[in-house]
Design a protein around this ligand. Structure first.
Ligand SMILES: [Zn+2]
Length: 241
């Protein structure tokens, strides 16, 4: 195949543009913010699940605590009443003795109930702290998610602008190259990970970075400048400088 040397040089320009587009697209697909956002979603989900459990536990413990407070209050009221009766002395000695005995028993009962109340109170505080921690984590994660979304959008906009600019460069270069050469370039490129043309520098193909053997190199030297070369190793279009 033959093509003007100038067109072959433009092919290298086109390749640089296409490589830049490929790199930008790959960067777009692998922006770290995407994975970070997914990780945050996972953490938010786990946090919300734990929060639901801990909030239910807090509701239960709050009821337990209220019950326990009522129990203590009731016993304390009975003690107060008994003590009032005792202090007025308005009872028979046997009754007074019974009252004293009751006050002592109630005092013991009250102490036990207060111990229980303290235990529930500690549990209540622990659960409440955990709820607060989880709520605060949730707020922090949501804030981070928001920031990451902004960063992701900015990065996408920036890369997309780069791609658009390269596409417009491509559109400018494309009409300057004769179409059979473009067709060959596209064909090679589609089967060669996006690389269709490379420079021949010295005896090296810049596509596969392998040396062209001496015999082939000698043959190349005899060829006219408009002869389109292909690398024997990678089949890429080799452009002479
Ligand atoms: Zn090669």
């Amino acid at each position: 195949m033959k093509a003007a040397a100038a067109d072959q040089s433009l092919l290298i320009e086109l390749q640089l543009i296409d490589s830049a587009i490929m790199q930008a697209k790959s960067k777009l697909a692998s922006l770290p913010e995407r994975e970070q956002i997914v990780a945050i979603h996972t953490r938010l989900k786990a946090s919300a699940e734990e929060l639901a459990i801990v909030e239910a536990e807090l509701a239960d413990v709050t009821i337990d605590l209220r019950r326990s407070e009522i129990d203590v209050e009731q016993v304390a009221d009975r003690i107060t009443k008994d003590e009032v009766r005792l202090s007025t002395g308005n009872a028979s000695p046997k009754e007074l003795e019974q009252l004293q005995h009751e006050v002592a028993t109630l005092g013991k009962r009250k102490a036990e109930l207060e111990d229980g109340e303290l235990e529930i109170m500690l549990k209540h505080d622990g659960v409440k702290t955990r709820v607060e921690e989880l709520r605060s984590d949730e707020v922090g994660l949501q804030k981070l998610e928001l920031e990451l979304n902004v960063r992701l959008e900015n990065a996408i906009t920036e890369i997309q602008a780069e791609i658009d600019s390269k596409l417009s460069e491509r559109a400018n270069v494309l009409p300057k190259i004769e179409s059979p050469l473009i067709d060959l370039y596209e064909k090679v490129r589609s089967s060669n990970s996006g690389v269709g043309a490379a420079l021949l520098v010295g005896n090296m193909c810049q596509g596969c970075h392998l040396a062209i053997n001496a015999v082939e190199l000698e043959r190349i030297k005899t060829l006219a400048a408009d002869e389109v070369l292909r690398c024997e190793e990678c089949r890429i279009i080799l452009v002479r400088i």
